[in-house]
Ligand binder design. Structure first.
Ligand code: NAI
Ligand SMILES: CC(C)CCC[C@@H](C)[C@H]1CC[C@H]2C3=C(CC[C@]12C)[C@@]1(C)CCC(=O)C[C@@H]1CC3
Length: 345
């Protein structure tokens, strides 16, 4: 029987492929017939159809073998936002991304799809139906976001159709779903230690939470539509569930779905913000003696107490994007995927 050869254009590399989003990307790409290389500093899972390359993206010599023969590279690697390590964010997200671009060009990769973040325009004040052409935040909410801005600028300005190298950035917001190590586990941890009693503000602020499969879908569409002279070249695209929901309703649905009580007492936004700021200053002074990772940071209070939802009309128009999984189904699937986080008694 003749074996059908996989077209060379279907070989890709997922940088950060061992992470939460990366792993979902890999599974969907394999399902769509791509030959997939994963590049990461750690091996997060096993897959018989995937080639794993371990290394640091800041080192071009580590990266090059993983990019060999690939036409598309997806760059979804980043230090965890909660690590709050300024030097590490700068090194990996900014300097490392320059290395990624250089290595892609050297290896002959034709398309680079960056996972950016909708937060690159967020300064801690309300954004309603935000468009991609809002200016980058002058005062980003944290170091992580500061370096996501530098990273996105670097990738978009590297778009070079003459040099046969095309780039695009996907800006998701509040990714959640099975195996997310961040949103649901942090929430459950806070609930277990009795910290999820308060609603910051009036609880009416709408926010985007985006199911991981929709984020993956947006990335794959971007890679497939990115062509010379297409309106995608060098542009950013919001990818959301297109169903903004009150932040505290989303939190409550996750908490009650896992058997915890929903927060019910209101605390004014400004009070929560200044308390978190004061707390982080105290922790900074104490850092030489004791290291604590606080649950309530000024950044989280800002995210929990303001409106921040984004339009994905540009993605609908130019990528043909439409969320594949609606919010209700996404929450259900997520809750079902965390049996070990259900409250026992
Ligand atoms: N989780 C969220 O809500 C959102 C995430 N994003 C972006 O999506 C991307 C993926 O995020 P997640 O999957 O949630 O994070 P994650 O922490 O699960 O995955 C990131 C991966 O990058 C790898 N990595 C970190 N430093 C590296 C280095 N120097 N060399 C090679 N690999 C390295 C890590 O080992 C990890 O596997 C990131 O770029 C993040 O900024 C954007 C918007 C929202
Ligand atoms: C303790 C509570 C007040 C809130 C707990 C939930 C939070 C851990 C999450 C709610 C919104 C999330 C979010 C991100 C991380 C996890 C949350 C703060 C990001 C900062 C992840 C990286 C990004 O690029 C932007 C995200 C915005 C929303």
């Amino acid at each position: 029987m003749a074996t059908r050869l996989r077209p060379a254009s279907k070989k890709c590399t997922v940088i950060g492929g061992s992470g939460f989003l990366g792993q979902h990307m890999v599974e969907h790409l394999v399902g769509k017939g791509y030959a997939v290389n994963v590049f990461d500093i750690r091996k997060g899972f096993d897959h018989d159809k995937v080639h794993f390359f371990l290394g640091d993206l800041c080192r071009k010599e580590d990266l090059l073998p993983a990019l060999e023969g690939a036409t598309v590279a997806f760059h979804c690697a980043s230090p965890a936002p909660s690590s709050n390590n300024r030097d590490l964010f700068y090194k990996v997200n900014y300097l490392g991304t320059k290395v990624v671009i250089e290595a892609c060009r050297e290896a002959g990769v034709q398309k680079l799809v960056l996972t950016s973040s909708a937060s690159v325009v967020f300064e801690g004040t309300d954004i309603k139906h935000g468009l991609e052409d809002l200016p980058y935040a002058k005062n980003p909410i944290d170091y992580y976001t500061e370096t996501k801005i530098l990273q996105e600028k670097e990738v978009l300005s590297a778009n070079d159709p003459e040099g046969k190298f095309l780039t695009v950035a996907i800006r998701p917001h509040g990714i959640f779903g099975p195996r997310d190590p961040q949103l649901v586990p942090i929430l459950v941890q806070a609930a277990k230690s009795g910290k999820m009693k308060f609603i910051i503000g009036d609880g009416k602020n709408l926010v985007d939470f985006t199911y991981v499969e929709n984020v993956v879908h947006g990335h794959i569409l971007a890679a497939e539509q990115l062509q010379r002279d297409s309106p995608l070249c060098g542009k950013a695209f919001h990818i959301t569930n297109d169903e903004p929901i009150p932040f505290w309703e989303f939190m409550s649905r996750i908490l009650t779905g896992l058997g915890y009580e929903a927060p019910r007492y209101h605390i004014p936004y400004w009070l929560a913000y200044y308390l978190a700021l004061l707390f982080s200053l105290v922790l900074m002074l104490l850092r030489p003696f004791i290291a604590i990772n606080p649950t309530f940071t000024p950044m989280r209070v800002a995210l929990a107490g303001t409106f921040h939802y984004y339009s994905c009309e540009r993605a609908k128009k130019h990528l043909g994007y439409k969320p594949l999984v609606g919010l209700d189904e996404a929450i259900e699937k997520t809750l079902r995927s965390y049996p070990h986080l259900h409250r026992t008694a």
